[in-house]
Design a protein around this ligand. Sequence first.
Ligand SMILES: C=C(O[C@@H]1C=C(C(=O)O)C=C[C@H]1O)C(=O)O
Length: 187
Amino acid sequence: MRRRCGKAGNEPVWQAANRLRRSALPPHLIGWLLDDSSLTRWLKQACNGRFAVRVLRQGWTVPMSCETAALKLPLRRRAMVREVLLLCDDVPWVFARTVIPKRTLGGPGGRLAFLGNRPLGELLFRDPRVRRGRLEVSRVTPALLGVESTQAPVWGRRSIFRLSERPLLVSEYFIGELPPWPGERSR
Ligand SMILES: C=C(O[C@@H]1C=C(C(=O)O)C=C[C@H]1O)C(=O)O
């Protein structure tokens, strides 16, 4: 499951969302990229059909170097990595990759190891001990993520959640043709 960040030059280059000009982002994805509440909740609202989480892999491996750096882990330190597709009527809308250090699983985050096909967000956003860090945005080629998708670059976002100060890194890539973000209607 080892994913490379890629050679220099094709590694995801993450930029702080709050420092990006909105004009640099695709208009139809702005809400999806920048809202910091639960993505699962919005996907369920936007999907008029059946929302589902398909777990592709969940296991112990050495994360990508850019993930290790974001979590301030020692080089080559293994972590639990969870890769899922978030689907609407079996159509993949989002590819999500979560990196959970061993120390985070040793605390209240132990349940993260047994999520199965329950959405991670349902656990994170109902726990008052959880804090979300800043959102970063990137544009990557799907092949870098190891997902069969279009070859066209896709937009993604990532942030660090802290559960009782213990971090996990959640990256979400919008690989499908998403409808307008439902949050616009509730503004
Ligand atoms: C963090 C959230 O959980 C979502 C579900 C995930 C999973 O089940 O692995 C991973 C990332 C998110 O897209 C969210 O809903 O915002």
